[in-house]
Each structure stands twice: as structure tokens, then as C-alpha cells.
Design a protein around this ligand. Structure first.
Ligand code: G3H
Ligand code: 13P
Ligand code: NA
Ligand code: ZN
Length: 328
């Protein structure tokens, strides 16, 4: 059944676990997430970006979610808008049955330019007023995601700033986070602490701590009732990179966020962990393999099926690693 983000994350906080939030834009991704949740008895956060909404279409997306919820009535499902950029975008998500919305006011409406505090606070507060009146949860974001290594926003995937950012911009300030939550009333807060979107997060194999764990800890101490959200949390598995490249792909050498590092984050208040890239890579690896090994096949089920199975494996692994399993 449907549930809000607030209800899900309150339970996660009380029981010390985290919940992966998987992006979807099609049926195979949705079915993979739900099958994994069913097998591990895990509560679900499915999220759709603005791009996903326009790709599938709001009406199809709404009915897809209705179908997934009806198919697994024993699994709590939060349907969340990922990176909403304005009040109207968040309001239409509510109309289509989303139980949670993200207002990402850390960037201006163009999704590129870092915004100042007043803009972020104002637009996020207006979304909280609208959403809470409708019984819908809100995630805000403070700080700009990008690589601490290079100082670049996550421009690789077309997200984020293209100018070099300062270390300060790339790490959320704990005192400002406390102020932001007081000013806006958000249920969850995405913070910048070393992750970035897309496949190209780290150019070297992470050696020890890659996230600013001290920043996470300090923020959690100041706003213990606001659930922390970690964007850019794909681990970019090396085996998937290898399969993709073996079968004609060209992924440059890259490293993601180690699962153990996310587990440490969960110990310090991280409750929602956003994952899109890992499932994209799982699907691509499976499809490339089928195309290379069975060039005679042309039935989409013959490659979308394996794609779905590989995504399901990723989801099961995350539900188990983050402690979500068993909490549906
Ligand atoms: O944060 C970004 C998510 O991975 C969604 O990406 O905007 O390409 O759908 P998208
Ligand atoms: P990844 O690109 O690491 O999967 O992050 C997805 C994300 O943060 C969606 O909001
Ligand atoms: Na941001
Ligand atoms: Zn994100």
C-alpha cells in the first residue's frame, strides 16, 4: 500500500536502517524493484525525475505505480518526485498520486546554477506548505553535489553546475542545515558530503573514507528528527563495467560509492539512499550481452527480461546491505 516518505523514514530511524530510493522511468525497472522488495520483505521508495515523468508520461507513470502497489499489497510503497525544481512541478506530482516530493532549491530552476539561501528557503517553504496540506512529505536539499576531487558539479550527466565549486559549496554547513530545517519544515534533507550523480564519481579506487562522515555526523546531531538523504549513491560495480565493455560498450575507468561507506552513513542518520546509475548499468550490461551472444534475437522480452533480472539482483543486494530487508 502507499505510504509517505515521513512514515517510512521514521520507521527506518527507529530501527536503524536505510532505504534505497530507486529511480524508475519504465515498467521493467518498476517490476525489478518490486520483485526484489517482495523477495527480501523490504519497504520501497520508487522515485521519478522530471525526465522520467516526461519519458513515460504522467498518466502512464501513475497507472504503472497503481499497478505495482496493487500487485504487492503487503509492501509499503512511497512514490517520490526526484529533483523537483519548482512549486508547480511538485504540485502536479501530488495530483498524480506521489506521496512525497523533493524540492531541490539548491539549484535554480534551470537545474544548473547554484542558488542562494534565500531562494532555496523560500521556494522550499512554499512547497512544504502545499505538500503538507495534502498529506505529502517533502525532501529539500542544501549544498551543491559535486566531486570533492575535482571541484566540478556533476556535469557529466548534465546535472549540476559547470563552474568549479569551492570546497565550502560542496559540503553542507551543519549550522545552515539546522536553520534551513527550522525555516522550511522539510521532512528529509539531502546534503552534500562527497557524492555526485552519474557513473563518474571517483577517478581512483576509493581508499578508506570517501564521504565527509564528520559532516554527516555533525548535521545529524543538529537535526536528529530530519532524515538525511544521500544522492549519488550508486556503487558503479566493476563487474558491470567489465561486462558492458566486453560487449562493445565504452565506459571509462571509474569508481562509485563503496557500499560499506553507505553503511557507515546509515549509522549517522542517513535514511534515504538514491540509486539510479547502478540499475542503468545492470540493464545495459544484460542487454549488451544478449545482443552480442544472440544476434538472432529480436523479441524485446529476450533482452528486457535479462535486464530486469540484473536490476533485481542490484536491488536485492542493496535491500540486504542497507538493512531494509525484513522491514516491510
Ligand atoms: O538525479 C538524477 C537521477 O539519476 C535522474 O536522472 O534526470 O536523467 O532522469 P534523469
Ligand atoms: P546515482 O547517479 O549515483 O545513481 O544517483 C542517483 C540520484 O541521486 C538520483 O537523485
Ligand atoms: Na544540489
Ligand atoms: Zn539526485
Amino acid at each position: 500500500s502507499r505510504i509517505t516518505l515521513r512514515q517510512l523514514l521514521d520507521h527506518a530511524a527507529e530501527n536503524d536502517y536505510g532505504i534505497p530510493a530507486f529511480n524508475i522511468s519504465n515498467m521493467e525497472q518498476g517490476l525489478a524493484v518490486m520483485a526484489a522488495a517482495d523477495k527480501t520483505n523490504a519497504p520501497v521508495i520508487i522515485q521519478a525525475s522530471r525526465g522520467a515523468r516526461s519519458y513515460a508520461g504522467d498518466i502512464v507513470l501513475k497507472h504503472l505505480i497503481d499497478g505495482l502497489v496493487a500487485m504487492y499489497p503487503h509492501i509499503p510503497v512511497c512514490m517520490h518526485l526526484d529533483h523537483g525544481n519548482s512549486l508547480p512541478t511538485c504540485a502536479t506530482a501530488v495530483q498524480y498520486g506521489f506521496t512525497s516530493v523533493m524540492m531541490d532549491g539548491s539549484l535554480k530552476e534551470d537545474g544548473k546554477t547554484p542558488a542562494d539561501y534565500a531562494y532555496n528557503m523560500g521556494v522550499t517553504r512554499s512547497v512544504v506548505q502545499m505538500a503538507h496540506a495534502c498529506g505529502v512529505s517533502v525532501e529539500g536539499e542544501l549544498g551543491v553535489l559535486g566531486s570533492l576531487e575535482t571541484g566540478m558539479g556533476d556535469q557529466e550527466d548534465g546535472h549540476g553546475a559547470t563552474e568549479k565549486l569551492s570546497h565550502d559549496q560542496l559540503l553542507t554547513d551543519p549550522a545552515e542545515a539546522e536553520q534551513f530545517v527550522r525555516d522550511t519544515g522539510v521532512d528529509a534533507l539531502a546534503v552534500a558530503m562527497g557524492t555526485s550523480h552519474g557513473a563518474y564519481k571517483f577517478t581512483r579506487k576509493p581508499d578508506g573514507e570517501v564521504l565527509a562522515m564528520d559532516v554527516i555526523e555533525a548535521i545529524h546531531k543538529r537535526i536528529p528528527n530530519t532524515h538525511l538523504v544521500m544522492h549519488g549513491s550508486s556503487s558503479v560495480p566493476e563487474d558491470l563495467q567489465e561486462i558492458i565493455n566486453t560487449f562493445g560498450g565504452e565506459i571509462k575507468p571509474t569508481w562509485g560509492v563503496p557500499v560499506e561507506e553507505i553503511q557507515r552513513g546509515i549509522k549517522h542518520g542517513v535514511r534515504k539512499i538514491n540509486i539510479d546509475t547502478d540499475n542503468r548499468m545492470a540493464a545495459t550490461a544484460a542487454i549488451r550481452k544478449v545482443f552480442a551472444e544472440h544476434p538472432e534475437e529480436f523479441d524485446p522480452r529476450k533482452y528486457m527480461g535479462p535486464a530486469r533480472a540484473e536490476m533485481e539482483k542490484i536491488c536485492i543486494a542493496r535491500y540486504e546491505a542497507f538493512g531494509t530487508a525484513g522491514h516491510a
